[in-house]
Design a protein around this ligand. Structure first.
Ligand code: MRU
Length: 342
């Protein structure tokens, strides 16, 4: 396969490398990803994360394994194992469905390579379209709040919600960004803060619990988040803490936008209750760890509830900003998400 570079993925000499998103921003560690076990570990530990990026990394690895001589039945097994690595983000399943469709072809090796590279190119283009559509909704002087990380680290392109923010900033319409730290794994505090700094976009980092008082003070003009899955009724699964922001936004009369590519849409999930929500290791809540070290502050035997995502009901969402355009609440009520978008 030809060499390839995104913010957080590289293909060099037919090997996949990932930028360790758990080590950022203190360290910029590129780690090899030679086989399925390595990628599954990277995904489970969130070294590779973000709905689009998870799907792209799995597709690229599959294509590289095919090029390396892995026979078809083993590739099918590899695909099934990768599919199970994170349950909520549907991009992984959607991308692997496309890979599976070409895996049955006689000349499956070049077909897999072409399809994986096409998925990367498509994702770049989808991000650009989302940014173009979304930036139209950002008014001059906006103070925007975002949650988790939805930037170049999480996609092959400029990102989804963060891509919108970045495009709107280029157009001179963003005064500053409030960055939710995003407990428990701090994707906002570590990754979004780092990306905004690299992009030269003014931001202030806040603890998740500070968002309500900022809204009450009138310091937030709009909220922009990404998505891991959009159900047929418009409900959205995204990083835990998204739902509380949406409730707060409704109370304070602040627009709440979800930005995502159509590859995040799942017409087979009737509503948010049908979206599988990943439960994670209690140690993520009883302490914190990263390249800065590990600390445990809760009692060793503390009982923990640690869902990685929550579901925001469609009724709380002002607009779904997709590559195909801006979807309104009225269009959602008319059933636009009940069938595939493309
Ligand atoms: O657990 P993570 O860090 O993969 O969660 C990521 C999110 O919730 C993002 O908002 C979502 O995947 C969209 S990334 C463009």
């Amino acid at each position: 396969m030809k060499n390839l570079t995104t913010t957080s993925l590289r293909v060099r000499e037919n090997q996949l490398w990932i930028l360790d998103q758990q080590a950022l921003p203190q360290q910029s560690d590129w780690r090899p990803c030679p086989d399925v076990a390595a990628l599954v570990d990277h995904i489970r530990t969130l070294r590779v994360r973000g709905a689009p990026l998870i799907g792209l990394s799995a597709s690229l690895l599959l294509a590289l394994l095919a090029e390396g001589g892995m026979p078809q039945p083993e590739l099918h097994q590899a695909l099934d194992t990768l599919r199970e690595s994170r349950p909520t983000a549907v991009n992984l399943m959607n991308n692997l469905d496309r890979m599976k469709a070409v895996l049955t072809q006689t000349h499956f090796v070049p077909a897999l390579v072409t399809e994986a590279l096409r998925l990367v190119d498509e994702d770049r283009a989808l991000c650009n379209s989302i940014a173009d559509h979304g930036a139209k909704l950002v008014k001059p002087g906006s103070r925007l709040l975002t949650h988790c990380n939805t930037g170049g680290l999480a996609t092959a392109g400029v990102g989804t919600a963060l891509g919108v923010i970045s495009r709107a900033h280029q157009q001179g319409n963003v005064e500053q960004v409030w960055v939710d730290e995003t407990r428990p794994l701090l994707q906002g505090g570590r990754l979004t803060a780092w990306e905004l700094g690299e992009l030269g976009i003014p931001y202030q980092l806040i603890c998740d619990s500070m968002a309500a008082s900022l809204m009450a003070q009138g310091s937030v003009d709009a909220i922009w988040v990404g998505a891991d899955r959009i159900a047929a009724n418009g409900d959205v699964a995204n990083k835990i803490g998204t739902y509380s922001l949406a409730v707060l936004a409704k109370f304070h009369g602040i627009p709440f936008y979800v930005a995502a590519p159509h590859t995040t849409h799942d017409p087979h999930c009737q509503n948010g209750a049908a979206i599988p929500i990943e439960q994670r290791d209690p140690r993520e809540v009883t302490g914190v760890s990263g390249s800065f070290g590990s600390v445990q502050w809760a009692p060793l035997d503390a009982k923990v509830y640690n869902p990685a995502f929550d579901v925001t009901p469609a009724a709380l969402i002002s607009g779904w900003v997709l590559d195909i355009g801006i979807v309104s609440p009225a269009q959602v009520q008319q059933g636009i998400f009940q069938t595939p978008l493309k």
